[in-house]
Design a protein around this ligand. Structure first.
Ligand SMILES: [Zn+2]
Length: 416
């Protein structure tokens, strides 16, 4: 984050790159183990591999929606996407490097002048490798706003307009759904939400620390009431944010801050199960101790008052910057599974150093013969990689229930 960009992340990124940030940009192209080679078509022997077949077995692909996928680009294709000058400038090497990484993960890095278009073409290419019926829920991403509801373009790392997400989804409804992103402090927030719902948005996405949203602010109440009325779930970041810089304070991602939305009846999906970072235990006062965000998430999941409303997605939980004990807990807590939703956080699974199948095998959470297959799949298809990995992960005899992957019912609420 421009301001809250954590030093831990800085160190981690530098360590993962094995080079200094300033020198790293030029070196990227010569390090194939870091850059996803973005092979287009999944070879037959991979597509038909037992490990892939068994991942789909027992699932109805038409019910499997990836509920956490990012639309990205740089705004060169009339998309209206805007990214901060820092992300574009080699003078800010970490942000620049991040952008290169994300675009490479989405395989749009070698397309000067048509990055937006290439990103979407790559999505189609990936969907060719998925079972028919499977869909991606593509996220718009609103700007940071101040307390008076004024947009802060200079402090918005990234902006993806609702209209763009809507159009990409509309062009190929058999493959894509879309998720709007509306800052609740905007004067037109409720109207924007109503318009998005009328245009088929399946949920709303917030990233409170980057967007400068305090979910406990009374200014959010009318927004929460509109969400309940429209029956739209709120997918919101909880725990430490590492991927996007922005305007707000890290504590805005404190899971406990989402109680206000839950108490008003909103269906809340906490992204990543709050699997990383620390937050103040506000239940013990504003100056309570800092505890793992996941501990606060677990407390809320186990709170009977939130049972019908609080859900979580399993995107990003396999990244190696997470505590493995957290991943094990999420897999082993079978009583949570009916409330967990499959998501990839695409393009992040395409970033090679972020997820290590070999480490899971070493921990006894994955069969060793799956490792080379998964690594090969990732070079072709990070979305399939994420699905296959999560279908095969196990911890002390437990694995994710098939229903975790069949997320469609949650977003359509139609009994199918
Ligand atoms: Zn995400």
């Amino acid at each position: 984050m421009a301001r809250t960009f954590s030093s831990a992340r800085r160190r981690w990124l530098a360590a993962a790159l094995g080079l200094t940030a300033a020198g790293g940009v030029a070196a990227l192209g010569t390090r194939p183990w870091l850059m996803n080679p973005c092979h287009a078509t999944l070879p037959d022997e991979l597509a038909r591999h037992d490990i892939v077949r068994s991942a789909w077995a027992g699932l109805d692909p038409a019910q499997v929606w990836d509920c956490h996928a990012h639309l990205a680009g740089i705004g060169d294709g009339g998309s209206g996407i805007a990214i901060s000058p820092e992300m574009l400038s080699p003078l800010h090497p970490l942000q620049y490097l991040q952008r290169l990484f994300y675009l490479n993960a989405g395989c749009a890095h070698e397309a000067p002048g048509r990055v937006d278009q290439s990103y979407v073409e790559r999505l189609h290419n990936l969907m060719d490798g998925m079972a028919p019926g499977f869909k991606l829920m593509l996220f718009a991403f609103d700007r940071a706003h101040d307390a008076a509801g004024r947009a802060l373009p200079g402090q918005s790392a990234f902006f993806v307009p609702d209209a763009y997400a809507r159009e990409v989804a509309r062009a190929t409804p058999q493959r894509f759904e879309w998720v709007c992103s509306v800052h609740p402090y905007r004067a037109d927030a409720v109207a924007a939400l109503e318009a998005a719902a009328a245009d088929g948005a399946r949920a709303v996405k917030w990233l409170p620390p980057a967007m400068g949203i305090d979910p406990t602010a009374p200014a959010c109440d009318r927004f929460y009431d509109a969400l309940v009325r429209l029956d739209l779930p709120l997918i919101t970041h909880a725990g430490e944010e590492q991927a996007v810089s922005g305007a707000g304070h890290a504590d805005l991602g404190n899971p406990l801050r989402l109680r206000r939305a839950l108490e008003r009846g909103v269906r809340v999906v906490m992204a990543h199960c709050a699997s990383i970072g620390e937050d103040v235990d506000l239940d013990r006062g504003a100056d309570g101790p800092r505890v793992p965000s996941f501990q606060l998430f677990a407390r809320m999941m186990d709170d009977a008052r939130h049972a019908g409303l609080l859900f979580a997605d399993i995107s990003a939980i396999t990244q190696r910057n997470r505590d493995l004990a957290v991943l094990r807990a999420i897999i082993e807590r079978e009583d949570w599974h009916p409330r967990l939703l499959f998501g990839t956080d695409y393009p992040l699974p395409g970033i090679l150093p972020l997820i290590s199948p070999a480490q899971f095998a070493a921990e006894g959470m994955l069969d060793a013969q799956a490792v080379p297959v998964l690594e090969a799949i990732r070079e072709h298809n990070p979305i399939l990689f994420d699905l296959v990995l999560k279908r095969h992960l196990h911890s002390r005899g437990k694995r994710f229930a098939p229903a975790v992957f069949e997320t469609r019912r949650f977003f359509t609420r139609t009994p199918t």
